[in-house]
Design a protein around this ligand. Structure first.
Ligand code: R5P
Length: 366
């Protein structure tokens, strides 16, 4: 997504911001041009107060795509007055993300690597931070493969060397007999939700096509997230599947998604005028809500007519719709499983996920 967008959105009026889901997607909240000072939870709505000059508080309603409950507490009071706690709530989330990333890098980053894939979003920024700390003597020999314009800027700003996928493929060459379809040594990326079998929903920042491309080319995908993203089954807290579509085919795809039982799939919009989001691949995104998915191991319960889908089945079915480029469900095989098969099948699932908690601990899965 266009990295200049959040700044443009931040300049708009409170009224225009109302209902804009993309404001914080893919960008560290702490780096936003305006500061959120308090976050409350009112039913399903998250009401935030913000100040542009840090003195005048005004209410804005933000349709935050991530639940905040796990990190929210009741608003503390001193002498009957509420204390501003959102900055500490935001700090807790950012610390949780950073903790997950530092642990993941400590466990999986190796100075002998040549190609490192870097995903998109706010969490993976802390992976880049941790990698950059190894210094130029280590990172100067490596090339970093981005998954979109945001991650390209992230890599570049950290002083690391960017190599886009087409250039990577030219650099490694093409040998039909070559045993490896996975030249990237490791791929770090965030997720919007991760289930108990490491299937993920991705694409909240509209980057899932390039993320899948890099993941397919990587030996291992390591997922980093805060603990709000960990669920038993996908579409528990996160409610929709991001689907990247040809702009001309968007309405056709939307109708087919309705036919599949998606409740009110919508073309994603961004910015003050709510124009359709344009991805890095010049496409649109449809956010398609579905009921909570089964696990892939529960395929015996699969019953699409009743809205019972496994991640694998829903991914395969949506991919069959004419006009769909890619679906934000990362399920099926992982890199090492594909390497064993020695064939170019999709292997995009993480081998391990790191979930940072607000208390600084890190849980792992896989
Ligand atoms: O399209 C965006 C990506 O799939 C992100 O990795 C995902 O949305 C997680 O982003 P964040 O780390 O900002 O929560």
């Amino acid at each position: 997504m266009n990295p200049s967008l959040p700044r443009a959105v931040a300049r708009t009026s409170i009224r225009q911001l109302s209902g804009t889901r993309a404001v914080f997607r893919g960008y560290p909240v702490s780096n936003a041009s305006f500061s959120i000072l308090r976050i409350h939870t009112t039913g399903n709505k998250k009401v935030a107060q913000q100040s542009q000059n840090k003195r005048q508080l005004r209410d804005i309603r933000l349709s935050l795509t991530h639940p905040t409950a796990a990190f929210s507490t009741t608003t503390p009071k001193r002498n009957g007055k509420e204390l501003n706690m959102a900055s500490s709530s935001t700090d807790l989330i950012e610390s949780a993300k950073r903790a997950a990333c530092r642990q993941a890098v400590a466990d999986h980053f190796n100075p002998s690597f040549t190609y490192v894939g870097i995903g998109s979003g706010s969490t993976v920024a802390y992976v880049v931070e941790a990698i950059a700390e190894h210094g130029a003597s280590v990172t100067g020999k490596m090339k970093f493969i981005p998954t979109g314009s945001g991650s390209t800027a992230l890599i570049r700003n950290a002083g690391l060397s960017v190599l886009q996928v087409p250039d990577l493929l030219l650099e490694v060459g093409f040998q039909p007999e070559s045993e490896s379809h996975q030249p990237i040594d490791i791929y770090f990326d965030g997720a919007d939700e991760v289930d108990a079998e490491l299937n993920c929903i991705k694409g909240g920042g509209a980057c899932h096509f390039q993320e899948k491309l890099v993941s397919r080319l990587a030996k291992r995908f390591i997922c980093v997230a805060d603990s709000r993203k960990r669920v038993d089954r996908l579409l528990t807290s996160w409610s929709y599947v991001p689907v990247e579509v040809s702009p001309m085919g968007a309405e056709y795809v939307r109708r087919e998604l309705l036919r599949l039982g998606s409740q009110d799939p919508k073309v994603r919009t961004s910015g003050p005028t709510f124009i359709s989001t344009i991805t890095d691949n010049h496409n649109h995104i449809i956010d398609a809500p579905f009921p909570t998915l089964l696990l892939n191991s529960e395929a015996d319960k699969l019953d699409p007519a009743k809205g019972l889908w496994t991640p694998d089945a829903l991914l395969a079915r949506i991919k069959r719709i004419f006009g769909v480029l890619e679906v934000g469900i990362f399920s099926g095989l992982n890199g090492p499983q594909v390497a064993q098969l020695d064939t170019d099948v999709e292997g995009v699932k993480p081998v391990k996920a790191y979930f940072g908690r607000p208390d600084g601990q890190v849980e792992t899965l896989g």
